[in-house]
Design a protein around this ligand. Structure first.
Ligand code: HEM
Ligand code: HEM
Length: 394
C-alpha cells in the first residue's frame, strides 16, 4: 500500500525514509572524511570531488525532505508500540523531530555556506550554485559553516540514538517497530492506547530550542570579516602623487572557475610627470592580509604566498607613456623570495591634480615557484591576473 495507516508505514513513507537515511549517512561520512583530510596539492583534486558529491547529495536530501514533510502531513502516523513507556516514547519522538530538523538545517546551512563563498567544489547540477538573498561574504559563510558543524553534532547524536533504539526494539523488545519501517509490517500497541498528547509538544519544543540555539550562536559570536576590499587608509604615500583610494585584486582559475582575491593592505610611492609621461613607482604589499574566497588559508599557506615566511611583496617599475592615456610600468615583482620581471599595462587619466589609473598584469605562478605541487591547471591555473586601480592627487 502506498499510504500510511495508524498501524503501518506505506511504501512512499518507507521509500522516503530509507532513501534519505542512506543519503544522509553518505553525506555525513563524506563530510567527516573531508574534514579529516589535510589540505595539500596532493589532496586538492580528491577533496574537490568529495565535496562536490557531498554537496550534491545534501541538496538532494533537502528536496526529498520537502517532499517527505508534505507527504507526512497528509498521512496518519503509526503510533509508538509502547505508549505506556513515557520516557522512551518522549526520547524517540524528540529524536524524530531532531532528525526532521537536521534534514533541513544541514543542507540549508551547507548551501548558504557554499553560496556565500567564492570558488571550491561546485554542486553537480545545472541549476546554478548561488542562492537568492545570500551575499558573497566571509561572515555569512563562516556563520553558516558554524551552524553546519553544530547541527552535524546533533545529527550524530540523534542518529546514534535512533539506530540504537531501532535495534533495541528488534533485539531486546522483539517488537515490530523496525519491521514496520523495514517492510511495512502492520502493528499497533497491544493496549490500543495512544502516547500522551504532551509528549508531542514537549519533544517538538525541545528540538526547536536546540536548533534555535544552534542557529543563534554564530550570530551572537560573529566577527565581521567581510572580504570587501578595505579602503586604502593604510596606504602611506610618498613621492609626487598621493594615493587616495585604490584596490589590488588577483584572479586565478580554480577548479575551472574564476576566483578573485584581494590584497587590501599596500602602500605606493609614485613619481610621475604628466608632461613627459615618465616616472617611477614602488608598491609594497602586505600579503598576510590577502583574501581568496573559501581558499584564503590555502593561498596564505607554504605552497602559495607562504605568508608566515614572506609577508611583503614589492613591485618597482619605471613608468612610460605608450600612447595617449595608455602607459606601461616595466619592472620587477619580488614575491616569496623570487624577483620576476613584470609589465603592468594601464590606462591613466590626469585631470589637473587628480589622476586615475586602471591596469592589469599577467603573471605565471610557476615563475614564483607557487603551487609547485599543482603541476597541471586542473586545480589551480598557472596564470594570475593582477588588476590594479588607483586614484591619486598631488
Ligand atoms: C540505519 C539507519 C536507520 C534505521 C535502522 C532507522 C529505523 C527507523 C525505524 C524503525 C523507524 C520507525 C520508528 C517508529 O515507528 O516509531 C524510523 C522512523 C523514523 N526515522 Fe529512521 N532509521 C534509520 C535512519 C534514519 C535517518 C538517517 C533519518 C533521518 C535523517 C531517520 C529519520 C526517521 C524519522 C524522522 C522517523 C519517524 C517516522 C517518520 O516520520 O518518517 N531515520 N526509523
Ligand atoms: C544531508 C545534508 C548534509 C550533511 C549531513 C552534511 C554533513 C557535513 C559534515 C558532518 C561535515 C564536516 C563537519 C563540518 O566541517 O561542518 C560537513 C562539511 C561541509 N559541508 Fe556538509 N552536509 C550536508 C549538506 C551539505 C550541503 C548541501 C552543502 C553545500 C551545498 C554542504 C557543504 C559542506 C562544506 C563546504 C563543508 C566543509 C566545511 C569546512 O570544512 O569548512 N554540506 N558537512
Amino acid at each position: 500500500m502506498i499510504k500510511n495507516s495508524t498501524s503501518h508505514y506505506g511504501s512512499v513513507s518507507r521509500a522516503l525514509h530509507w532513501t534519505i537515511a542512506v543519503l544522509i549517512i553518505i553525506a555525513l561520512a563524506l563530510g567527516l572524511i573531508g574534514d579529516n583530510i589535510e589540505r595539500s596539492a596532493d589532496s586538492a583534486e580528491f577533496l574537490q570531488r568529495l565535496y562536490s558529491v557531498h554537496k550534491t547529495i545534501g541538496v538532494t536530501v533537502l528536496f526529498l525532505a520537502i517532499i517527505r514533510v508534505v507527504w507526512a502531513i497528509s498521512q496518519p502516523k503509526p503510533a509508538a508500540l509502547h505508549p505506556d513507556r513515557t520516557l522512551e516514547t518522549l526520547a524517540a519522538e524528540t529524536v524524530h523531530w531532531a532528525l526532521y530538523a537536521a534534514m533541513f538545517v544541514m543542507p540549508l546551512s551547507g548551501w548558504i555556506m557554499h553560496a556565500a563563498e567564492t570558488g571550491f567544489a561546485p554542486i553537480l547540477w545545472p541549476f546554478g550554485q548561488n542562492l537568492p538573498f545570500v551575499p558573497k561574504s566571509e561572515t555569512v559563510a563562516h556563520s553558516a559553516g558554524f551552524i553546519h558543524m553544530l547541527a552535524s553534532y546533533v545529527l550524530y547524536a540523534s542518529l546514534a540514538a535512533h539506530i540504537m533504539g531501532a535495534l533495541k526494539h528488534a533485539i531486546i523488545d522483539r517488537d515490530a517497530t523496525l519491521a514496520r519501517m523495514a517492510h511495512g509490517k502492520s502493528a499497533e500497541p497491544a493496549s490500543g492506547a495512544k502516547p500522551a498528547g504532551w509528549i508531542h509538544t514537549v519533544s517538538a519544543a525541545a528540538t526547536l530550542a536546540v536548533f534555535a540555539a544552534i542557529i543563534a550562536i554564530p550570530f551572537v559570536t560573529a566577527k565581521e570579516t567581510s572580504v570587501a576590499p578595505a579602503p586604502v587608509a593604510s596606504a602611506e604615500t610618498a613621492g609626487e602623487w598621493q594615493v587616495q583610494s585604490g584596490a589590488i585584486e588577483f584572479t586565478v582559475i580554480q577548479m575551472g572557475a574564476e576566483v578573485t582575491g584581494q590584497l587590501p593592505d599596500w602602500t605606493a610611492s609614485i613619481d610621475y610627470d604628466p608632461t613627459t609621461g615618465e616616472g617611477q613607482t614602488e608598491v609594497i604589499i602586505d600579503t598576510s592580509t590577502l583574501s581568496l574566497g573559501s581558499v584564503t588559508d590555502q593561498a596564505k599557506g607554504a605552497e602559495f604566498f607562504d605568508t608566515s615566511n614572506y609577508q611583503t611583496a614589492v613591485f618597482t617599475a619605471d613608468i612610460s607613456r605608450v600612447d595617449g592615456t595608455t602607459h606601461v610600468a616595466n619592472g620587477t615583482l619580488t614575491l616569496v623570495g623570487e624577483t620576476v620581471p613584470v609589465e603592468l599595462v594601464f590606462d591613466l587619466t590626469v585631470d589637473g591634480d587628480q589622476a586615475q589609473m586602471t591596469g592589469s598584469a599577467s603573471l605565471d605562478r610557476r615563475d614564483f615557484g607557487m603551487g609547485a605541487g599543482y603541476t597541471d591547471e586542473g586545480t589551480v591555473g598557472f596564470a594570475v591576473i593582477v588588476d590594479v586601480t588607483v586614484t591619486a592627487t598631488r
